[in-house]
Design a protein around this ligand. Structure first.
Ligand SMILES: CC(C)(COP(=O)([O-])OP(=O)([O-])OC[C@H]1O[C@@H](n2cnc3c(N)ncnc32)[C@H](O)[C@@H]1OP(=O)([O-])[O-])[C@@H](O)C(=O)NCCC(=O)NCCSC(=O)C[C@@](C)(O)CC(=O)[O-]
Ligand SMILES: NC(=O)C1=CN([C@@H]2O[C@H](COP(=O)(O)OP(=O)(O)OC[C@H]3O[C@@H](n4cnc5c(N)ncnc54)[C@H](OP(=O)(O)O)[C@@H]3O)[C@@H](O)[C@H]2O)C=CC1
Length: 423
């Protein structure tokens, strides 16, 4: 018997190991999520012949993840959380939690925050709030597909479709429908506001309602897939880059020339030239799709993991164009990041877990906003953009000053490794 497995558990572990009891039935069979995870872990050890001692077990609420976050849990992975800031954004200060294993990243964003604060702060504007889902349906002919396109895009039909859409949610509200046609296949891109939720479950339910309704007038409509990839979820696409998905945010700051020198160790002119040649021209040469930035995804992903966002949505959420200009007779630097597809929520998904909720709490955006539904998620999106602005400033500064490699050797490689490589 292995440590941690008591007499009564042995029979259950043996049943899982033999295949008599499917591992994914453990929770419903035992009615105790923690015990189920513990026995699954022991069965895994026996079946695989490998230990997972380094994978922590205690400290996770196995009840909370049931039916919400993860199936067949056996533990969790530790990702350190650092805090950058304060980020001075729209007149308020934020301490930004970042979950990362890339040494140097938090230091870099912290430096960017310092440059922003020393220059009076950053300002953000939320341009749009619209999550999308685009099913694909097939019709008997391209002509018939075009008829359906005209029907769903007709202004006269919008109110009816919007009221059908909202039947399944108190917060999901249809904003628009835009179609693309490929032969007799029609891709119907529904966009909607989703309150404080990121909204993928919500929008998908609303779309199902509408498709059911459309079937009355278009019985020859064949639903191929609720997602036809024109949404586009978790893939880099032009449609998100141009139309936006989730929250579209622009964030800007004017960094004083003196701060560029003292905090970023470079000059306004060098930064502007670097941005043109690297972020704009270099990305064009590379054929980038929304990747006209230095490392937006570094900051987006670290914030997403810390605050319980769907990490796979870092793909489109990181689409960003960074613009730099010399202003005030060339003395100061204007920097902006424009991010059309920041997909975040403060309720739903991993936001319910204690550690992630705690990071949301640090930012003052935990859970639903009772007074103004949607306000917490919108604020979180602006904080993501503000943090990206800080990261862009600092990394561009490091590259312009030739600091990148040295700074990473200092913070991103243990001293032991550096010493052994040098010997
Ligand atoms: C490491 C720094 C910040 C040093 O930068 P520095 O200017 O030498 O540091 P400093 O000691 O003069 O301090 C300046 C400020 O930086 C901050 N700072 C300084 N040190 C720390 C620290 N330990 N922890 C927290 N904050 C720190 C802090 O705000 C400090 O101000 P203070 O508070 O002292 O008045 C700088 O060299 C840097 O930003 N390097 C760039 C690192 C970076 O951005 N890495 C990101 C990942 S690179 C990557 O993954 C993407 C890439 C590169 O492949 C993308 C591409 O293709 O471009
Ligand atoms: N289904 C899919 O295709 C995909 C799903 N996902 C996953 O979907 C999950 C997120 O889905 P999402 O729809 O965001 O979340 P949820 O499915 O958790 O829906 C949010 C819930 O919170 C309720 N709610 C209470 N207060 C608010 C408020 N202020 N604002 C908004 N909702 C509120 C909603 O009520 P009400 O019921 O009235 O709406 C709803 O029940 C994540 O786990 C993600 O990984 C990711 C990609 C694709």
């Amino acid at each position: 018997m292995h440590a941690g497995v008591e007499g009564g558990d042995e029979e259950i572990v043996a049943a899982v190991v033999s295949g008599a009891l499917p591992s994914h039935h453990l929770e419903s069979r035992l009615g105790d999520c923690r015990r189920a995870a513990r026995l699954r872990r022991e069965a895994l050890r026996r079946v695989s012949g490998r230990g997972v001692e380094g994978l922590p077990f205690d400290g996770m609420d196995y009840q909370a993840i049931l039916g919400q976050c993860c199936e067949m849990p056996v533990g969790y992975v530790q990702v350190p959380v650092g805090v950058a800031g304060p980020l001075l954004l729209d007149g308020r200060q934020y301490h930004v939690p970042m979950a990362t294993t890339e040494g140097c990243l938090v230091a870099s964003v912290n430096r960017g925050c310092r440059a922003i604060a020393a220059s009076g702060g950053a300002v953000s504007v939320l341009l749009r709030d619209a999550m999308s889902r685009a099913p694909v349906v097939k019709l008997p002919s391209a002509k018939r597909a075009a008829e359906l396109k005209s029907f769903v895009e007709a202004a006269a039909n919008f109110e009816t479709l919007a009221s059908v859409f909202k039947r399944s949610s108190r917060f999901g509200r249809l904003q628009g429908i835009h179609c693309a046609l490929a032969g007799r296949n029609l891709y119907i891109r529904f966009t909607c506001s989703t309150g404080d939720a990121m909204g993928m479950n919500m929008v998908s339910k609303g779309v199902e309602n509408v498709l059911g309704y459309l079937q009355n007038d278009f019985p020859d409509m064949d639903l191929i897939s609720l997602s036809g990839n024109y949404c586009s979820d978790k893939k880099p696409t032009a449609v998100n880059w141009i139309e936006g998905r989730g929250k579209s945010v622009v964030c800007e700051a004017t960094i004083k020339g003196g701060v560029v020198q003292s905090v970023l160790k470079t000059t306004v002119q060098k930064l502007v030239e670097l941005n043109i040649i690297k972020n704009l021209t270099g990305s064009a040469v590379a054929g980038a799709l929304g990747g006209f930035n230095a490392h937006a995804s570094n900051i987006v992903t670290a914030l997403f993991i810390a605050t319980g966002q769907d990490p796979a949505q870092n793909v489109e959420s990181s689409q960003c164009i960074t613009m730099l200009e010399a202003v005030n007779d060339g003395d100061d630097l204007h920097i902006s990041v424009t991010m059309p597809s920041i997909e975040v929520g403060t309720i739903g998904g991993g936001t319910c877990l204690a550690s992630q909720a705690s990071c949301l709490n640090l930012l003052g955006v935990r859970g639903p906003n009772g007074d103004s539904p949607g306000a917490n998620a919108k604020l979180l999106a602006t904080i993501v953009a503000g943090s990206v602005l800080a990261g862009e400033l600092s990394l561009l500064g490091a590259l312009a000053a030739g600091q990148l490699v040295n700074s990473h050797l200092k913070y991103n490689r243990s001293n032991k490794d550096v010493a052994s490589a040098a010997s």
